[in-house]
Each structure stands twice: as C-alpha cells, then as structure tokens.
Design a protein. Structure first.
Length: 251
C-alpha cells in the first residue's frame, strides 16, 4: 500500500523544518503545498518534483477542501512519492483529519510529520514564554476564523475562567469582535496582547497593546501577512522581569 506524507512546513523559515521534512521534500515526486509555505521551503523540494499550489487565501481565490482532497487522492494513485506540505503543523488548524480520511477511504496509508506551529515561532521570536509558573499554567489554541466565515462561537466565559495564555490563529480580521466578546465575558481590558505578523519569518512584525487597544493598533498597522494573536499575563514586561529575578535567586 502506498504511503502519503502530510508534512509540516513550519512558519516559513526553511531552517525550522525537521530533518525528516527536509529529506522527504528532497525525495518527493509530487508536492501539494499551502499558499503560505515559504519559498525557501519549496526550494528544498526535489528539482524534478511537480509543485501543486492548493492553498487557501483569506478574502481571495481559494480551492475548496473537497477539491484538495480529490487532488491528493489522484496524486496518491500515481504510485509516486507524494508530500502534502502544510503550513505550520498539520494537526493544528490544518484540516488534516479531512485529508487523512479521504486518503484512508481510498486505501492509502498516511504518515504525519510535525512542524513548528506559528504560536511557538512567535513566542521564540518575541522571546516570550507562553507559560510561566504561577502566572500561566495553560495554553489555549483558538481559531479566529471559522469555516463558515467570521468569528467562531467560542465559549468565552470558559476561556476567561481558564486563565493562562491564548493563541489565536487567523484572528487578524476578527480581533475586534474577539476582544469585545472576551471583555464582555469578564476578561480584563488591560490584559497584555500581542499581534505577530509573519511569525517565524525575517519579515515578522510585532504590534503590542492590551486586549482593549490592540484592535485599533492592528488596524492602523495594516498587516498584509498572516497574523497570530497572543493574549495573557505571561506577556507583560513586568511579569517577564519578575520571573527572571526569581529564576536567578533560585539558581
């Protein structure tokens, strides 16, 4: 039985690929890739490989997921080495389940190769830990854009009660509504908030503020690349400084 590889391309920097991802790209005959996969990553593909753009673009022309699944199955049927290259990590807001189900129903085995997800890339670039002792004991990944369009109906009250750090993917265009819902549910308007455009890439840009002020600041910044949002007390400068002092005292 042929095996198809769902590979995480990470946030765009080819040096953040896993060794296995780079090796599979170099061996692939067909690569079906997302729109946001970096050119440096695609440059690692086998020079003889067929590169197929099956990406989705916000507010632009997008290939339906059913069509992506169909093309993936058709590629698998060629018997060639097929890599489905997905931005970030395939298992985090990557619709991997739908693609694995389509391939499984067609009789193909799937192997998933993880990648660096945008939240981790943004945290590393900003030098901000997303978890911190006594401040942020949990990390929540949310999507800011639902399949039906607009802001999904999250359980806002539960998010406020849970505390910790919130990472919002695809939330640049729905931040105002997201902030309004969280504040209405009881989250502090002054909660530290950070928007990172093009996380993990040289062109990354950080826009800092609070839950209440970040929607306006982000709108004024007019980002054109993908935006990841980080919300939580762990992002506060005074929290970082206090944790650093505590760590030094306990060494």
């Amino acid at each position: 039985m042929a095996k198809i590889f769902l590979v995480g391309a990470g946030p765009g920097d080819p040096e953040l690929l896993t060794l296995r991802a780079a090796r599979l790209l170099g061996q692939a005959d067909i690569v079906l890739h997302d729109a946001l996969v970096g050119e440096g990553v695609l440059a690692l593909a086998n020079p003889r490989a067929e590169l197929v753009d099956v990406g989705k673009r916000f507010a632009g022309k997008a290939m339906a997921q059913a069509e992506i699944c169909r093309r993936l199955v058709d590629a698998a049927r060629t018997g060639k080495l097929v890599v489905r290259l997905k931005g970030g990590d395939p298992m985090i807001f990557g619709r991997a389940t739908e693609e694995m189900e389509a391939l499984g129903q067609a009789g193909f085995e799937v192997e998933v190769v993880p990648g660096v997800t945008a939240a981790c890339a943004a945290a590393a670039q900003a030098k901000l830990s997303l978890t911190r002792r006594r401040v942020a004991r949990s990390l929540h990944f949310l999507t800011g854009h639902g399949a039906e369009g607009g802001l999904p109906a999250h359980d806002w009250g539960a998010l406020v009660r849970a505390g910790g750090t919130i990472a919002v993917y695809m939330g640049g265009h729905t931040l105002a509504g997201l902030a309004a819902h969280l504040i209405e549910a009881g989250m502090a308007p002054g909660l530290p908030a950070l928007a990172v455009e093009n996380a993990g890439r040289p062109a990354a840009r950080e826009i800092a503020g609070t839950l209440a002020t970040l929607p306006r600041r982000l709108r004024e910044a007019k980002p054109v690349g993908p935006v990841l949002l980080l919300l939580g007390e762990a992002l506060a400068p005074e929290t970082v400084e206090a944790a650093t002092r505590e760590a030094l005292m306990t060494e």
